[in-house]
Design a protein around this ligand. Structure first.
Ligand SMILES: C[S@@+](CC[C@H](N)C(=O)[O-])C[C@H]1O[C@@H](n2cnc3c(N)ncnc32)[C@H](O)[C@@H]1O
Length: 204
């Protein structure tokens, strides 16, 4: 694993190209598919995108379900937060950009948490899930995307030194963290179907 400081610097450097990569590799379409199949409603709800990158999971939510009451974009990489804010400000008027880490104390609880490809950077996955739980309102919904075992993750690892987790292991980790996985699935097509797994999670 690289240090947190190096990791954040690396994400800052790629911020200007991130959105094109996410679109081109099919992750934006995968996030839209997930929001739609999970039936997420955004009207009157407060949403936070944790490790938002260039805001592409949030964009998927807005395109499928409309703008939420308030959307917080949280990421420790300042350039990611700036790029996400510029990209979304015209389609989601109530934006709260926040240069911060998941480990920082939540300022409030949220009805919907979006979190894609972030906990892979934590050495202790159980601790990362407990932190996510602390951001979640009692009846809230966490949409989580986590890398799964596939050879393509070795290629990504050479650049990002991330981890990947078997879906069966994730189910154990959710239970240990006091979370309940209500739905999970592979993505239907393209690189996301090979690299990643989708989960809808609530409080136990
Ligand atoms: C693989 S990118 C995913 C970005 C976005 N969620 C997406 O799907 O395109 C991982 C993101 O997590 C952020 N990140 C790294 N460490 C974090 C931490 N401790 N708390 C919150 N976000 C973190 C990085 O800055 C980066 O933007």
């Amino acid at each position: 694993m690289t240090s947190q400081h190096q990791l954040v610097q690396s994400y800052d450097i790629v911020a200007s190209q991130w959105r094109a990569k996410i679109e081109g590799l099919g992750y934006a379409a995968a996030y839209r598919w997930m929001v739609e199949i999970c039936g997420i409603q955004s009207e009157h709800v407060n949403v936070i995108d944790i490790g938002c990158g260039t805001g592409d999971f949030s964009r998927a939510l807005i395109e499928v379900a409309g703008p939420p009451n308030c959307l917080t974009l949280l990421d420790p990489a300042e350039q990611m937060v700036r790029t996400a804010t510029r990209s979304l400000i015209h389609i989601a008027p109530r934006l709260k950009p926040l240069v911060a880490k998941l480990e920082d104390k939540p300022q409030q609880r949220h009805d919907v948490i979006l979190c894609a490809h972030v906990i892979e950077h934590f050495a202790d996955l159980g601790a990362a899930l407990s932190l996510l739980k602390s951001y979640l309102a009692p009846d809230g919904t966490l949409l989580l995307v986590v890398s799964k075992p596939h050879w393509c993750n070795w290629i990504i690892w050479t650049r990002w030194r991330h981890r990947w987790v078997r879906p069966t292991r994730m189910l154990d980790l959710f239970a240990q963290a006091g979370l309940s996985c209500e739905w999970d699935a592979s993505f239907p097509a393209g690189p996301p179907s090979r690299s990643s797994h989708a989960y809808l999670v609530k409080h136990l």
